[in-house]
Write a protein that binds this ligand. Structure first.
Ligand SMILES: Cc1cc2nc3c(=O)[nH]c(=O)nc-3n(C[C@H](O)[C@H](O)[C@H](O)COP(=O)(O)OP(=O)(O)OC[C@H]3O[C@@H](n4cnc5c(N)ncnc54)[C@H](O)[C@@H]3O)c2cc1C
Length: 250
């Protein structure tokens, strides 16, 4: 299928992008397009306006900030995967990015896009939650910081306002033991269930409407995952128990 009609905008800088998002009714940011374009093609999303941020220069940095790593809106997942800074300061993030789809998708897909998209089976939101990171949201009204524990509000839903752009995502440096483990049907597929360990902290993905924090001793407490053609709810709970054990075994 082809997308429903929309008006296309290509701002040259962040200020212009924010003023478009503030003034247009029913606008969506287009970053790597790896999630949004399929949604448009299937007409599962029908925004009236697309604000393509790809022509904004100087928005693709990965840099050290406040003892952690900041990843700007146009930094591709492949660049995060290849970053020496990420490998040194936050190897958990590099390990997580390697589990996202395939390299060809990571060449276009952005880390911030994955966070804003908030797919419950996605690895990167769970890493942000496990590490206690945040996003910097920018709009015509200014900037605000949103912690991961306040960001993910539902299936594909965040607390970002429609006129806010994720300008960058910040991950604290990882010191100590860490792991990200998941089970999927094929390499590169979305996870049936996954766990992220950062020291004593544990976050789960693929088993609730958002990534969730859990306790090592009883990781499935309170969870009611849905079952589908890929996996039953019971199998997902089983995976959480096994993967948690493995994550702490090392
Ligand atoms: C075959 C396939 C397999 C995949 N497998 C996985 C997987 O295993 N794990 C996984 O996590 N992902 C997977 N993905 C998704 C992929 O990682 C996407 O790149 C990512 O989810 C979205 O990033 P993007 O830059 O492409 O965003 P886009 O597709 O451009 O946008 C996605 C959404 O986020 C919004 N958005 C994007 N950037 C911003 C911003 N800076 N500020 C505010 N809103 C923004 C858009 O408006 C849109 O609603 C897969 C995709 C494909 C096609």
């Amino acid at each position: 299928m082809k997308p429903a009609q929309f008006e296309y905008h290509a701002p040259a800088n962040v200020v212009e992008a924010c003023s478009l998002l503030a003034s247009l009714e029913d606008a969506k940011v287009l970053a790597g397009g790896q999630s949004l374009v399929p949604l448009l093609n299937f007409r599962l999303a029908r925004p009236a306006h697309l604000v393509d941020i790809n022509r904004i220069s100087g928005l693709d940095r990965i840099y050290e900030r406040d003892g952690g790593v900041a990843v700007q809106a146009l930094a591709r997942q492949a660049a995060v995967e290849d970053s020496e800074l990420v490998a040194r300061a936050c190897p958990l993030l590099r390990d997580a990015v390697r589990l996202v789809a395939h390299r060809v998708i990571r060449n276009r897909g952005t880390l911030c896009g994955s966070i804003a998209h908030a797919d419950p089976a996605s690895e990167l939101p769970a890493v942000l939650l496990a590490l206690g990171g945040h996003v910097v949201a920018r709009s015509a009204r200014g900037r605000r910081t949103i912690g991961a524990d306040e960001l993910f509000s539902g299936v594909f839903e965040t607390s970002l306002a429609p006129d806010e752009l994720v300008e960058e995502t910040w991950f604290p440096a990882v010191s100590g033991e860490h792991a990200i483990l998941e089970e999927s049907r094929r390499h590169g597929d979305f996870a049936l269930a996954g766990v992220v360990r950062a020291g004593d902290r544990l976050a789960l993905f693929g088993v609730a409407g958002t990534p969730v924090m859990a306790e090592r001793g009883d990781p499935t407490r309170g969870l009611q995952p849905s079952g589908d053609l890929e996996a039953t709810a019971e199998f997902r709970l089983h995976l959480v128990r096994v993967l948690t054990e493995q994550a702490f075994a090392a």
